[in-house]
Write a protein that binds this ligand. Structure first.
Ligand SMILES: [Zn+2]
Length: 199
C-alpha cells in the first residue's frame, strides 16, 4: 500500500514530471530516467520517494546547481502536462473559471491546483492570500522529505507553481520563491508568489 492507494501505474502527476524531464533534458540525456520509469511501472512509489529520487537523478546528470536549475524548468513543463492530462481535476476549462476577473481567476486556479496536488499525494497544501501575493504552504513537502533537496530547496515544486502563474496570466512572469524550506521541527515548506508580474 502506498499512501493508502494500491496502484500498478505511475501516478498522473509523476507522469507529468517524467514527461517534463524528457522535455527539458532531451530523449538522449534520459537513459537513467527511462530505466527508472521501467522500475516504477512495477514498483510504484509515493511522491515522498519519487521527487527526491528525481532530484538525485538530476544532480547526477547536471551537478547540484545545474540539477536545481533543471528542476525549476522541469516543474514548469510538468505543469503544462498537468493542464493537458489532469484538466478534469483542475476545471480550468469551465466557462465560470475563464470569465472571472484576472485576479480572482489567479486565486481560484491556485486553489484548484493545490487540491489537485493534495489528491496526487503531495500532502496537505494550503493557500493564503496576503496584500501583494499568495503564500502556498506544503505541510509535509514530499520533495525535501529525505533531505536530498535541502541545500537547493524544493525546485520542482517551485517550478510547478511558476508554470501555473505564467499559464494563468497569459505568459507573464511572476516571481515565485521558496521562503522557508522544511521549517525547523516540521516538514513545512512555504512558497511566496508575487501578484505583480515582472515585465
Ligand atoms: Zn522545501
Amino acid at each position: 500500500m502506498i499512501d493508502g492507494v494500491l496502484s500498478i501505474h505511475i501516478s498522473d502527476l509523476q507522469n507529468c514530471f517524467i514527461q517534463g524531464s524528457i522535455d527539458v533534458l532531451g530523449e538522449c540525456a534520459c537513459q537513467p530516467l527511462h530505466q527508472w520509469m521501467g522500475e516504477l511501472a512495477h514498483h510504484p512509489v509515493p511522491m515522498s520517494l519519487f521527487l527526491p529520487r528525481l532530484r538525485e537523478i538530476l544532480s547526477h546528470a547536471c551537478g547540484e546547481m545545474g540539477g536545481a536549475g533543471a528542476a525549476v524548468a522541469i516543474g514548469r513543463e510538468a505543469f503544462s502536462w498537468a493542464v493537458r492530462n489532469l484538466g478534469d481535476n483542475l476545471e480550468y476549462d469551465s466557462v465560470e473559471f475563464r470569465m472571472q476577473p484576472a485576479q480572482r481567476r489567479c486565486s481560484q486556479g491556485l486553489e484548484s491546483l493545490c487540491q489537485m496536488l493534495e489528491s496526487e499525494g503531495m500532502g496537505r497544501v494550503r493557500v493564503c492570500e496576503s496584500g501583494n501575493g499568495w503564500q502556498v504552504e506544503f505541510e509535509d513537502c514530499p520533495e525535501c522529505r529525505d533531505g536530498a533537496a535541502m541545500n537547493q530547496g524544493c525546485r520542482l515544486v517551485e517550478g510547478l507553481i511558476h508554470g501555473y502563474m505564467q499559464w494563468v496570466d497569459g505568459g507573464r512572469f511572476h516571481p515565485v520563491h521558496e521562503t522557508r524550506c522544511r521549517e525547523k521541527s516540521s516538514g513545512t515548506c512555504f512558497f511566496q508568489i508575487d501578484k505583480t508580474a515582472v515585465e
